[in-house]
Design a protein around this ligand. Structure first.
Ligand SMILES: [Zn+2]
Length: 417
């Protein structure tokens, strides 16, 4: 069947089922008032069982792997060929929205279902990762990380806020921590990874487009800054003799914003700031603030950080305070594969007449999967760009567009233009 016929035949039914299944998963939450499904919890187990059932119906028999991920696989005509992988995650943040993660999982299953009668040259896998958000163990990409080797056995030592380790949580969940390495897949097993995800930003909505092509997942620097001034009496120290750490931190915050507002494609955020001693009648002596810097281009990120350091030194010097910037983490950008970008572009154009290239400011499972194979991503418009929030919302029509785009992309990669 041609891609066009397939998309036309199935889009409306698929869209309705995708919405219904996202709602079904939404009901599997630690509490009915707030959406929360964390790694290695009874909700994780219940959602995995449902996903395994859906994958079986879609012709991709599935199992739970040693890390708690759900892995479905349908063999291709060439059994030894590397598999095309479709996937996303099914864990959530606290007080989550309905679509971040689950949309990609159920859309992948829907595409597999639409293709169940179609001959496929290579195997098709559908992956539903059990932990992407890292909410419980304060990590990132634990599920796909254990599949790809981004995470190893050292991951067993992470603990949750109650002091329960990943190893202990696996045991309580019914998995053997000693066998965690069995989740790991080998280079050469996969030919490509494709993920549908909500945009989590406002650009597609502003452009009046349902779907868009992701070109890269931004690299990210996280840093802490400590500003050390001198605390003093708010009434007795004259303005010209003060070393006010909070006023210096405020100036630095504005300088960081100015650096990011330049011509370079970068975003910078000071998201947390704490002043000590924190009393209305005391000049702040010490301030801690965070810096989050993201760009799809690592060189741009490095040069922006250099500019921020230069501004920091200048402000500290002029104000007679010290400022120390300590980089806590630095993860490089991950580019989507040019051939996959072209395939997604063509599918978007067929579905809605044109496409738009977007970089993802948020991290995704593709970062881990890029260790094993080329990756591609399709973004679906979400209302107001709102995500990680119960107000997260997409339209049924856009869910259909996401499905049609993914299905067309898969077919073109499988040799059906
Ligand atoms: Zn997500």
């Amino acid at each position: 069947m041609s891609a066009a016929a397939l998309a036309a035949n199935h889009s409306a039914d698929a869209a309705a089922r995708i919405m219904a299944r996202c709602a079904e998963l939404r009901a599997i939450s630690v509490s009915p008032d707030s959406y929360e499904r964390l790694y290695l919890t009874p909700e994780h187990r219940a959602a995995a069982e449902k996903i395994i059932e859906w994958m079986a119906e879609a012709g991709v028999p599935a199992r739970m792997d040693a890390a708690g991920n759900v892995i479905g696989r349908r063999e291709g005509a060439e059994a030894k060929a590397p598999a095309l992988v479709l996937g996303s995650h099914f864990d959530t943040v606290r007080d989550a929205g309905t679509y971040d993660g689950p949309l990609g999982v159920v859309t992948a299953i829907e595409t597999a279902w639409a293709l169940r009668g179609t001959r496929l040259p290579s195997p098709l896998e559908v992956h539903a990762y059990a932990d992407e958000e890292g909410t419980r163990f304060h990590t990132m990409l634990l599920g796909s990380g254990l599949v790809t080797g981004l995470e190893g056995p050292e991951a067993l030592g992470h603990t949750d806020s109650e002091g329960v380790s990943v190893a202990e949580a696996l045991r309580r969940f019914g998995l053997d921590p000693a066998g965690i390495g069995e989740a790991r897949r080998k280079p050469g097993e996969f030919r490509a990874y494709l993920e549908v995800h909500i945009e989590q930003g406002p650009v597609l909505e502003a452009e009046d487009l349902a779907v868009g092509t992701v070109t890269a997942i931004a690299g990210q620097t996280r840093a802490n800054v400590v500003v050390q001034g001198v605390a003093g009496h708010a009434g007795t120290v004259p303005m010209n003799l003060r070393r006010d750490a909070l006023a210096a931190a405020a100036e630095l915050t504005i300088a960081i914003e100015a650096v990011a507002r330049g011509t370079r494609p970068i975003v910078a955020t000071v998201g947390e700031i704490r002043a000590e001693p924190g009393a209305s009648n005391v000049i702040p002596g010490q301030v801690r603030l965070t810096l989050d810097l993201r760009s799809a281009d690592d060189g741009t990120r490095a040069s922006a950080l250099q500019d921020i350091r230069a501004r920091l030194a200048e402000i500290a010097d002029r104000r007679g305070v010290t400022m120390a910037l300590d980089v806590k983490s630095d993860s490089p950008a991950v580019a989507c594969d040019p051939a996959l970008i072209r395939a997604v572009d063509a599918a978007c154009e067929a579905v809605q007449g044109r496409t738009l290239h977007l970089t993802s400011g948020a991290g995704h499972d593709g970062i881990a999967m890029a260790r094993l194979c080329p990756i591609g991503m399709i973004f679906v418009r979400c209302k107001g760009g709102i995500s990680h929030n119960p107000a997260e919302s997409i339209s049924e029509a856009d869910a259909g567009a996401g499905f049609a785009t993914l299905t067309r992309t898969v077919l073109s990669l499988m040799g059906d233009p």
